[in-house]
Write a new protein. Sequence first.
Length: 125
Amino acid sequence: YPENITPETEEVEPKPMVIGTNNVFEVGCYSQAMKVGDNNVIESKAFVGRNVILTSGCIIGACCNINTYEVIPENTVIYGADCLRRVQTERPQPQTLQLDFLMKILPNYHHLKKTMKATSTPVKS
């Protein structure tokens, strides 16, 4: 049977997807990983398959396709057209600074239109 279709005689429990804190999933990324640790970045158009376990502090580069049966070690960076790998010597900075910046800058570019109060005439009954 295909992965999403099971016979009705089998009782299959759905598996939960566990996602840690302070992860960044950029626009257009696709993650099926059942376990994702903390402080990871999955960049635009990256694909992470369901058999991958992403630990903490990892960065999956733009357009990288990871679809193997493996546990990605902590602080691993996967980058480039060939999905090359290296391990960072230091933990990556948490993305909270990026979020703080966006919270400060976005209101400058979001202009609200003021509505004109319409004078209402009372309805005579």
